[in-house]
Design a protein around this ligand. Structure first.
Ligand SMILES: Nc1ncnc2c1ncn2[C@@H]1O[C@H](COP(=O)(O)OP(=O)(O)OP(=O)(O)O)[C@@H](O)[C@H]1O
Length: 584
């Protein structure tokens, strides 16, 4: 039988009764109740009770309402005194007309809704960000001037080494660098204790045993090893003994080569910038320490064939790099000052007039201290007195000339050289200059490299000419040793960059003086740890098609669409409400 026919018949009948019923209600007590019942027609039929249940519904109406209703019904519909079975449509016909009411349909709908809810819930829960757990690594930078302890952390669940490693803590060891303890090696180990205790607090106890601990010694220990290898060994023994007492996974203490120091500094800078991961043009690294300085960059003019000792190759995140790097031992800020002063005092005078120190600066210094370094020891004047008077005259141009004396520009057997006969390819790309480059230029307020180089020199000239008393008055908070040397240090930095590395007035603006990148210090330590823990994959890791929130959204939208599709597919079973109110 066609549906329309069924519908027509049914509507008429129900309408009659509804109308009747409505009239009775409106004529009597229950306007509110009648409106409620009429509105049921517009609800999905599956949630409405069957005709039989309507009977029960009426039975729920309180007596003042239900009594007149039951009284008005003809006896044939009354099956009990309280029952109001006034609907004439028999159940069988009703079901044929509106199979939506069948228990199967209701069950399917409920199961469908539950399945969708379950699917979305599982997708959301399965992919929700878990409470973050971290892994840790500790690197000690045993530099010539001091030792620093760095703690790094990265998300523990990123097992394919794609998690970002960040510096969480820096502890500066009190006292000088470990190479200064050559005559009392045990003290070198003791000096590290406080920072190691701090590390125990920073790394959660559960992670102590899995946390690798490395100590890398740089130019100070290179020089000590050159001058006195057994003293250097004793310092390392003392340091190892001290570090092994702590609960971390000790991975050894060693001198890292100048080449490694340069290369790992370059990795740190480019890793933190995310240039490696994204395969972007890399940034060169300029590192100025106390005893050595490093320059590292990638140049199209350098393939490693000329002077292979300056070449380091990497494959990182699927890209090949041929890095040019060179470390100049003795060209750190402290050792270059020694070299310059050795040049000024070759004849062993009792007074040294120094253009790189402020006018009014006077100090008594010891010749044996000045020459106590392999960088200058062979130049010690024979008949010099024990001490000399160091007097500042604050002349930038003379200072520049004196600084230049530490570089040798005479011979170069390569296509081009920086200084001391060392190959240097054409400069290329942006550069990050850190460590003492930053400390000094930041103090001098000269970190803005968009300022023309000539103006920078002019400012420095005025600074150097300032009286020492005035300088001390202006900066009472700054360590006197640093304060006395900023004129020299600034002049040395500009001379090294322009005369040594051949930065021009134009390319000088490619340099950025940096201390930290995204919260982590620029320096070799992070690159060193990334390398030793294999944290940078050679190949680019497979990335998921969608990030987590995108994935959850897509699954949810598909689930909802499927549900709607499911409901639409049941269209033939949909109930049809006439425009007139009806009660089924
Ligand atoms: N605030 C500052 N102002 C001026 N100079 C500073 C400041 N802090 C540190 N220095 C100096 O900067 C130089 C570089 O320091 P850094 O700690 O990078 O070198 P290092 O690791 O000791 O040396 P190297 O790498 O050559 O072994 C050192 O001579 C140090 O004394």
């Amino acid at each position: 039988m066609p549906n329309s026919v069924l519908k027509g018949r049914s509507t008429r009948k129900t309408h009659t009764h509804t109308h009747d019923y409505y009239n009775r209600l409106s004529g009597h007590e229950g306007k509110t109740s009648s409106l409620f019942l009429l509105s049921l027609c517009y609800l999905p039929r599956s949630i409405l009770p069957s005709p039989f249940h309507f009977h029960s519904l009426f039975s729920l109406i309180p007596p003042p309402l239900s009594l007149p209703l039951s009284l008005s019904l003809s006896p044939q519909f009354s099956r009990s005194p309280v029952s109001v079975n006034f609907i004439e449509v028999d159940n069988r016909e009703m079901k044929e007309m509106n199979p939506w009411h069948t228990p199967v349909t209701i069950i399917i709908t409920v199961i469908g809704v539950m399945a969708i809810v379950a699917l979305v819930t599982v997708a959301v829960l399965q992919n929700r960000p878990l409470p973050q757990k971290y892994k840790y690594g500790i690197v000690m930078d045993a530099g010539s001037s001091h030792t620093a302890l760095y703690i790094y952390e990265w998300p523990a669940e990123k097992d394919n080494n794609t998690g970002r490693v960040e510096q969480t803590h820096l502890c500066k060891v009190k006292g000088p660098g470990i190479s200064s303890y050559a005559s009392a090696p045990v003290k070198a180990g003791e000096s590290l204790r406080l920072c190691m205790e701090e590390a125990k607090q920073w790394v959660p106890g559960k992670r102590h045993h899995q946390t690798p601990l490395y100590l890398g010694a740089t130019a100070g220990m290179r020089l000590l090893n050159m001058a006195n290898s057994s003293a250097s060994d004793k310092v390392f023994q003392a340091v190892e003994g001290a570090l092994q007492k702590f609960p971390f996974s000790y991975q050894g203490a060693k001198i890292i080569s100048g080449q490694d120091e340069g290369a790992f500094g370059w990795i740190t800078v480019n890793y933190l910038d995310e240039r490696l991961k994204q395969g972007l043009e890399t940034r060169g690294a300029l590192d100025l320490g106390g005893a050595s300085t490093q320059i590292s960059f990638v140049s199209d003019n350098y393939d490693g064939s000329e002077s292979p000792s300056n070449s380091v190759t990497f494959r990182l995140y699927g890209n090949d790099y041929n890095l040019y790097t060179h470390s100049f031992l003795c060209y750190g800020k402290d050792q270059s000052l020694r070299m310059m002063q050795a040049h000024q005092s070759q004849a062993g005078p009792a007074t040294v007039l120094d253009p790189c120190f402020h006018p009014g600066y006077t100090a008594t210094k010891n010749y044996s201290v000045l020459y106590d370094s392999p960088c200058v020891s062979d130049r010690k004047p024979k008949d010099a007195p024990d001490t000399f008077t160091h007097i500042g005259i604050g002349d930038f141009l003379q200072c520049q000339a004196a600084v230049k004396s530490v570089f040798n520009f005479t011979s170069c057997k390569y296509s081009r050289c920086s200084f001391n006969g060392v190959l240097q390819p054409l400069l290329q790309g942006p550069y990050g200059a850190f460590s003492a480059y930053y400390f000094v230029m930041n103090f001098l307020n000269l970190t803005d490299t968009s300022v023309p180089l000539e103006d920078v020199k002019e400012k420095l000239k005025r600074y150097c000419a300032t009286n020492w008393d005035q300088i001390m008055q202006q900066h009472p908070e700054v360590k006197l040793k640093y304060l006395a040397e900023y004129c020299f240090s600034g002049t040395y930095i500009l001379t090294l960059l322009t005369e040594g590395y051949n930065f021009t007035s134009e390319s000088y603006s490619d340099i950025k003086f940096i201390k930290k990148i995204k919260g982590s210090d620029a320096g070799w330590t992070l690159g060193y740890m990334l390398n030793l823990t294999n944290m940078i994959p050679a190949e680019a890791p497979d990335t998921p098609l969608l990030p987590h929130p995108g994935y959850v959204s897509v699954v949810s939208v598909i689930a909802v669409l499927l549900f709607i599709l499911f409901i639409v597919s049941l269209r033939p079973l949909w109930p049809r409400c006439s425009k007139q109110p009806q009660i089924v």
